[in-house]
Design a protein around this ligand. Structure first.
Ligand code: AMP
Ligand code: ZN
Length: 438
């Protein structure tokens, strides 16, 4: 089934045509690891996790390569370390661990590749050297700057006039800039700031060059899909696009650019640390909201639409989740099933998760529990172990114990073999028989 995705660059749904269907490449801008993720940060992680699962379903599990970076050098990290006294390496490694744990609780699988900015510095330096050599970047006062007017395509992604872009980005006016729109690729570090040796002295990279260099290093010159939140369209992705095209003689960085809308709190306010209206993923889990319920709530709106995060949304999502769980308890065999075509079709239409939810409701109504279970698996929901199944196994174990007590070994062996065939191993111990899944 062809997958159509809304492309921010063309402002329309484009059919995904991977350059190599045996190696579909996707890169999503990952977290800057200075503080624990809030539920707004989880939205892109979950949305692109669903897309990755859809791509695997379509192209095969081994034919999708998903990279999500870790930005582990950034002025916010330096500031966090300065204000708390915690060393930078400790902040970044614990925040990354939290991120993986929190996203894991929401059913987000780790990416295939997780490039770290601090281990990709040589690739960044090489790309900057290329940009300088090709006349798209210049060196001034220990900085390397991208020469925005040198790239005619600048602004194509965000479609804003240059003066508006400059105002919107609150671009720093600095004496070393040739044009106010020029942006920093490399900047000098003082002795108390982290830094790396470079042809331009000891310094550290700007944010944008990281992704361009890591994409090229991890996935190649042109990737199939590039994603992130809408706030990344400008300046981050506009700048990534410009750097990569200029470094690669005009070859595009990505075929399809995708951006998720914001998760809002209390009206139209984007959840963000700077507004102070954040809810940590860990806090929500600690309040007793199941990870699958949070995932369902995050997927309740179409990814490009704003999502209002409310208690009512959580309660609704929990009710739906509990209903599905009860349904699937009644049909164990369905767990192995494939996703229903109606759900695949909804996702293939620009990840239309509300339509997928409606299709799930129809499967539920029609009693197609196998289709429901297979579709939930495609959406990345993990079915908790069915209580009914566990109770059935307990009953069989008890029957075997009774058979053994009656010295009916033919019967007790038969039950053991039957359970073994279903992937259940029995362990006889002094306290009785326990079982586990293989
Ligand atoms: P950051 O760690 O701030 O760079 O953000 C990580 C990712 O989360 C980026 O893709 C952002 O666009 C995204 N993001 C941040 N806040 C929100 C929000 N309230 N709703 C949706 N996405 C967000
Ligand atoms: Zn990026």
């Amino acid at each position: 089934m062809p997958i159509r995705l809304y492309n921010t660059l063309t402002r329309q749904k484009d059919v995904l045509v991977p350059a190599d269907p045996a190696r579909v490449t996707m890169y999503v801008c990952g977290p800057t690891v200075y503080s624990r993720a809030h539920i707004g940060n989880a939205r892109p992680a979950v949305v692109f996790d669903v897309l990755r699962r859809l791509l695997r379903h379509e192209y095969g599990a081994d034919h999708v390569l998903y990279a999500r970076n870790i930005t582990d050098i950034d002025d916010r990290i330096i500031a966090e370390s300065a204000s708390t006294g915690v060393p930078i390496g400790e902040i970044t490694s614990r925040t990354e661990d939290w991120y993986l744990a929190d996203m894991g609780a929401l059913g987000v699988e780790p990416p295939d590749i997780a490039p770290h900015a601090t281990t990709s510095i040589p690739a960044m330096i090489a790309m900057m050297q290329t940009l300088v050599a090709k006349g798209h970047a210049y060196v001034a006062e220990g900085h390397v700057l991208f020469d925005v007017p040198s790239f005619a395509g600048y602004g194509a992604l965000s479609r804003r006039p240059l003066d508006e872009m400059i105002a919107g980005a609150r671009v720093e006016i600095a004496p070393y800039k040739q044009s106010p729109a020029d942006f920093v690729l490399w900047k000098p570090s003082s002795d108390d700031q982290p830094g790396w040796d470079s042809p331009w002295g000891r310094g550290r990279p700007g944010w944008h060059i990281e992704c361009s260099a890591m994409i090229s290093e991890a996935l190649g010159t042109t990737i199939d899909i590039h994603g992130g939140g809408q706030d990344l369209i400008f300046p981050h992705h506009e700048n990534e696009l410009a750097q990569s095209a200029c470094a690669h003689d005009g070859a595009p960085l990505a075929r399809i650019w995708m951006h998720n809308g914001f998760l809002n709190m209390g009206g139209s306010d984007k959840m963000s640390k700077s507004l102070g209206n954040v809810m940590g993923v860990d806090d929500l889990l600690a309040q007793g909201w199941h990870g699958e319920v949070l995932r369902l709530a995050l997927l309740s709106a179409h990814y490009r639409q704003p999502l209002e995060w409310t208690e009512a949304l959580l309660a609704r999502s929990r009710a739906t989740w509990e209903r599905w769980q009860r349904r699937l308890d009644t049909d164990v065999a369905g767990r192995e099933a494939d996703a229903h075509p109606s759900v695949v079709a909804a996702l293939a239409d620009d990840l239309n998760t509300p339509a997928a939810m409606a299709a799930l409701a129809a499967l539920d109504r029609d009693g197609d529990f196998a289709g429901l279970a297979g579709s939930l698996a495609l959406l990345g929901f993990r079915m908790p172990r069915s209580q009914a199944v566990d109770a059935g196994i307990d009953a069989q174990v008890a029957a075997r114990t009774a058979a053994r007590a009656a010295r009916n070994f033919a019967e007790s062996d038969r039950i053991r073999d039957e359970l073994a065939a279903a992937g259940i191993v029995l362990e006889d111990g002094p306290g009785g028989t326990t079982w586990r899944r293989t």
